[in-house]
Design a protein around this ligand. Structure first.
Ligand code: AKG
Ligand code: FE2
Length: 351
């Protein structure tokens, strides 16, 4: 079935999220790559979410990142607030519980987070790489808390996840009937950002307007949505997200087109990949950016690690040719990544 026929027959009232095995992701055989791309195409057209197994990030890297997160988030609030992302020039650092609000009808997100971007492990902490000057409002060096091992374990995770993301782009390209290197020149400074998250348990009477992270699609760095003063035109934005979620706690849910919330449980050995608005727009809605939310009602602390993978922010979002036909004319005007984020912010904040 052609790409557009598949899009026309999309099963967006899905009841589960597909699992894709990536063990052959570096196999040079084009037949193997096409078969993998076909699975990715189906998942992106129907759901906008899929799990991956054999993703290449070792258990040791994940364990060490998790231990560091637990130590960091257990620090006193006043210590964490020293790196409040409202004080840093580029929105990196800490965001406190209820300081972000992903769902405009909600009353705040019941999670805290810490955000950082690309940095070489061998550099001294907070070194500014020249490529990071092109990250719009996120441009500039990282800040790091004084927690032994935090920076190294989190950067190890970061680089392993970025390597996975780089390997996924050729598969997304093949899934869209494009040359495998289509995204190469659009991801020269790719703005990958990690935001480690801690969801404290929510017990007692439930305020439906306060959940772990309100219903949203991934269009930009969540913590930035609360700022009214930033220059939105300069912000980076999201193509897809690579999400690690803590085992044994059900929190994440994905909304299908029948309006049902489908659980996305943490499956051992997997990561979740979900597409952001950039892909939906670029592919003329052939690929889906699906609304999701997370609520931790488990009674225990929950940790998760989303890595938001952007393209260069000045990439022009002309619809990809294979996603347009007489029957499926372009649905969006052509904008750059930065312009799109500005539009979304104006819609959200009314200015
Ligand atoms: O913590 C999760 O499971 C989801 C996080 C998320 O959707 C986000 O940060 O955009
Ligand atoms: Fe999200």
């Amino acid at each position: 079935m052609s790409l557009l026929e598949a899009a026309k027959n999309a099963n967006t009232a899905f009841s589960e999220i597909p699992i894709i095995d990536l063990k052959e992701i570096t196999d040079p055989d084009p037949v193997v790559q096409q078969a993998l791309a076909k699975q990715i195409r189906d998942a992106c057209i129907d759901v906008g979410f899929f799990y991956v197994t054999n993703h290449g990030i070792s258990e040791a890297i994940i364990e060490s990142a998790l231990e560091s997160m637990k130590t960091y988030f257990a620090s006193p609030l006043e210590v964490k607030m020293e790196l409040d992302n409202k004080k840093t020039p580029n929105f990196k650092g800490y965001n406190a519980i209820l300081s972000s609000n992903n769902d405009p009808t909600g009353a705040g997100d019941m999670h805290e987070g810490f955000e950082f971007g690309w940095e070489a492990l061998g550099d001294s902490p907070g070194t500014l790489d020249a490529r990071r000057m092109k990250d719009g409002s996120m441009a500039g060096a990282n800040v790091w808390p004084d927690v032994p091992g935090f920076r190294v374990s989190l950067l190890r995770y970061y680089h392993a996840a970025v390597a996975l993301g780089k390997n996924l782009f050729p598969l997304f390209a093949r899934a869209l009937d494009l040359a495998p290197d289509f995204f190469d020149d659009k991801t020269q400074n790719s703005a990958a950002l990690v935001r480690v998250l801690h969801y404290p348990p929510q017990t007692g009477p439930i305020d439906e307007r306060v959940i772990g992270i309100g219903a949203h699609t991934d269009f930009e760095v969540s913590s930035l949505k609360v700022s009214r003063t930033l220059d939105a035109k300069l912000m980076a934005w999201q193509c897809f997200t690579i999400l690690w979620q803590q085992p044994d706690i059900q929190a994440l849910q994905v909304c299908n087109t029948s309006g049902e919330w489908i659980d996305a449980p943490s499956i051992p050995g997997t990561l979740v990949i979900n597409l952001g608005d950039q892909f939906a727009r670029w592919t003329n809605d052939v690929f889906k950016s699906t609304v999701h939310r997370a609520a931790n009602r488990s009674g225990a602390r929950r940790y998760s690690i989303p890595l938001f993978f952007g393209t260069d922010y000045d990439v022009l979002l002309e619809p990809i040719p294979s996603c347009v036909s007489a029957e499926r004319p372009p649905r969006y005007e052509v904008v750059t990544a930065g312009d799109y984020v500005k539009m979304r912010l104006q819609a959200t904040y009314g200015h």
